[in-house]
Structure formats: structure tokens, C-alpha cells
Design a protein around this ligand. Structure first.
Ligand SMILES: Nc1ncnc2c1ncn2[C@@H]1O[C@H](COP(=O)(O)OP(=O)(O)O)[C@@H](O)[C@H]1O
Ligand SMILES: O=C(O)C1=C[C@@H](OP(=O)(O)O)[C@@H](O)[C@H](O)C1
Ligand SMILES: [Mg+2]
Length: 167
């Protein structure tokens, strides 16, 4: 098994939840990139966006991704949904991690992400879908494995990834 596993995918697809479960199954450390960014900034994600804009958030996100993919210990890293936007982040993912893309129905993701904790959630499904369509090729570019979640539960998804990692 590669020591570093990264999970990518659109907001709400389960990266944080599945990632934590998977790390537990593997006996690996877990890093949620959003939690790492918020800890580094001493601010919530929405407040970072409000104070520094998306660009400022992406700078922090890049720094925490580089740190998370730099260490030697076995680790599962749950990325934020926009981490793939930067080419330097995509290079880190391609070169250093076994990267898993969680693909899920967009209507379901839209329903899951209406809370204010996601500044880029979009005011309409159309806006949400447009953002997704810009990112889909980037998720696919970095993915070593694409998991069609297809409404399955987090335990089942974590199990599929663990089996893949054990090859
Ligand atoms: N496969 C799943 N089945 C049911 N609920 C899920 C699933 N994946 C995620 N969720 C729920 O959707 C919400 C968003 O999950 P989260 O792990 O934060 O996604 P992400 O980190 O990709 O934005 C959480 O309330 C989580 O419990
Ligand atoms: O899609 C995005 O650009 C974002 C997704 C969020 O992470 P989750 O995908 O874990 O919600 C978080 O990084 C931030 O709100 C930006
Ligand atoms: Mg998350």
C-alpha cells in the first residue's frame, strides 16, 4: 500500500467522512485539509474566505497539502473540493499519493451542501453544476481510482478503497 492516500471530489461527496473511516481501518493518520487550514489560520473556512478571498484560502490550502503529502508516516488526506484547481496541487497528488476520486450524483451533493459552511456552495443548482463541470476533468486527471459512490454508505465506500489499496 502507498503510504499516502488522498481523497478528492466535489463538495459533499464524503471525502472528510470516508477519509476518517478509511484511516481508522488502515491504522493510518488522518488529515482533513480544511481542518488543517482552519487550524493554521485560526479562523473558520468561511471567515478565511471573507477576510482573504478564495485566493488567500487557496494559498493556505496549498501549504497544508504540501505539508500533508510531505511526511513519512502512513496517512489519509481528505482534500477540499477545490484543491485540484491548482496545478502544483495536482502535481503533488499525482507524484506523492494514491489518489481516490469519489463520484456521486450532483443533485445529492447539492442537497448536502446548502449549509453556510461552504462559501462556494452556489446559490442555485445551475451555479453548482457549472463549478462541478469545470472541476470534473481535474478530478479525473489526478485519480488513480474513481469510486462510483452511487448512494452507498460511507462504510461500504471506505471498504472498497481499503480493498483496492491492498491490491
Ligand atoms: N456515502 C454517504 N452516505 C450518506 N451520507 C454521506 C455520505 N458521504 C458523506 N455523507 C454526508 O454528507 C455530508 C458531507 O460529507 P463530507 O464528508 O463532509 O463531504 P466532503 O468532505 O466531501 O465535503 C456529511 O453530513 C456526511 O455525513
Ligand atoms: O469546493 C470547494 O472549493 C471547497 C470545498 C470545501 O471542502 P469540502 O469539499 O470538504 O466541503 C472547502 O475546502 C472550501 O469550502 C472550498
Ligand atoms: Mg471535507
Amino acid at each position: 500500500m502507498k503510504d499516502l492516500v488522498a481523497i478528492v471530489g466535489y463538495m459533499g461527496c464524503g471525502k472528510s467522512t470516508v477519509g476518517r473511516l478509511l484511516a481508522g481501518r488502515l491504522g493510518a493518520a488522518f488529515v482533513d485539509l480544511d481542518e488543517a487550514v482552519a487550524r493554521r489560520a485560526g479562523r473558520s473556512i468561511p471567515l478565511i474566505f471573507a477576510e482573504r478571498g478564495e485566493e488567500g484560502f487557496r494559498e493556505l490550502e496549498h501549504g497544508e497539502l504540501a505539508a500533508a503529502l510531505g511526511g513519512g508516516e502512513a496517512r489519509v488526506v481528505a482534500c477540499g473540493g477545490g484543491a485540484v484547481l491548482r496545478e502544483d496541487n495536482r502535481r503533488l497528488l499525482r507524484e506523492r499519493a494514491a489518489t481516490v476520486f469519489l463520484e456521486e450524483d450532483l443533485r445529492l451533493l447539492y442537497a448536502r451542501t446548502r449549509a453556510a459552511d461552504r462559501p462556494l456552495r452556489g446559490a442555485s443548482f445551475e451555479e453548482f453544476r457549472r463549478r462541478y463541470e469545470l472541476r470534473l476533468p481535474l478530478y479525473r486527471e489526478v485519480a488513480d481510482l474513481t469510486v462510483e459512490v452511487d448512494g452507498r454508505g460511507v462504510e461500504e465506500v471506505a471498504g472498497e478503497i481499503a480493498r483496492w489499496l491492498r491490491g
